[in-house]
Design a protein around this ligand. Structure first.
Ligand SMILES: [Zn+2]
Length: 325
């Protein structure tokens, strides 16, 4: 949980310009916050970290008396790294967005009015509330810098690529040109997304099975349905289809159990014998267990019926039967 919010309310109505001991000459912008004792408000040049952003239009003066525009303000949640290695979440309200500012600043004067205490030791300053250390700043040769967990340390390029719906690197580059302070790390040279590669893969079409056999019962296609959640009036849960490839005459039978498959295939064969004086030459089905049971295998062998299987996960290979379904 966050510590009590550092709330500062009095700025909206103030007519006078803010003052800041800052310079605009900094060539290299860093994103770390610096601890400052001279300026009058918390400020940052980066809008990207400001939550609950509200626009405003005022001016702040730098130490060189240059006037810089305040474009808005918001809340920053800092994840400050302490010397003992722990991380302290610290929420700072009313942080002004000053695009021309050299680097983000946290103001001591404001914290002091909220009951925080400052404790200096060597190159470190620690800001405490009671006995709890809220954050620490370390002297980096010029200013006191507040070490934070890098916003991008645990958020990788891969994370952003996936979070943006597997956005193409070229589109991420475009976005970075517009939002230059976005915390998206550069694309690693060896970046590969296995999901993107898989999604772009194609597979060759299966050999067509739609070539119609000329003669009746040369080929019979069959498919067994999945169980229905509600039984029929006759308490059936499945149906099986048998289609002659040449004539496309279809047989549909309902079953209470899958084990009735063998009996129905045998009935079909008997019916064809009576009507057309011949048995099917070949039977095309998927690899479903009901079709590979021993009884059915023995029956096909005894009648000289060739049993053809469609490859797994390719219902299109059994197109005639699947289309009827
Ligand atoms: Zn991807």
């Amino acid at each position: 949980m966050f510590p009590p919010a550092e709330t500062q309310q009095g700025e909206e109505g103030e007519a006078k310009d803010e003052e800041a001991n800052v310079t605009t000459e900094t060539k290299v912008r860093t994103k770390s916050f610096y601890f400052d004792t001279a300026c009058t408000s918390h400020m940052t040049p980066y809008a990207g970290r400001l939550l609950n952003y509200t626009k405003c239009s005022r001016f702040v003066k730098s130490s060189s008396q240059e006037s810089m525009e305040i474009e808005g303000k918001g809340t920053v949640i800092m994840e400050c790294v302490l010397r003992d290695g722990s991380v302290s979440s610290f929420r700072v309200c009313d942080v002004l967005h000053v695009p021309k500012l050299g680097h983000p600043l946290i103001l001591w004067r404001k914290l002091r009015t909220k009951g925080y205490t400052e404790f200096g030791e060597g190159d470190f300053i620690s800001i405490n509330k009671g006995t709890k250390v809220m954050f620490e700043a370390v002297f980096d040769g010029n200013l006191f810098k507040i070490p934070e967990i890098s916003q991008s340390a645990h958020i990788t390029y891969d994370f952003w690529h996936r979070a943006l719906g597997h956005l193409a690197p070229s589109s991420i580059d475009k976005a970075l040109k517009i939002y230059s302070d976005a915390d998206i790390p550069a694309k690693p040279k060896d970046f590969i997304c296995s999901s993107c590669i898989k999604s772009k893969m194609t597979r060759n079409p299966r050999p067509s099975t739609t070539t119609k056999d000329r003669n009746k019962l040369d080929h019979v296609h069959s498919v067994l349905s999945e169980p229905f959640p509600v039984p029929s009036y006759g308490t059936s849960l499945y149906y099986i289809t048998l289609i002659d490839d040449a004539t496309r005459v279809a047989w549909v039978r309902f079953m209470k159990q899958k084990s009735e498959t063998t009996k129905i295939v045998k009935d079909y064969d008997t019916d064809m014998e009576h009507q057309h004086h011949k048995s099917p030459k070949a039977f095309r089905t998927d690899n479903g267990g009901e079709y590979v049971i021993k009884n059915l295998k023995g029956f096909f062998e005894s009648k000289g019926i060739r049993h053809e299987f469609t490859p797994p996960y390719s219902p299109e290979s059994n197109g005639v039967a699947e289309r009827l379904n």
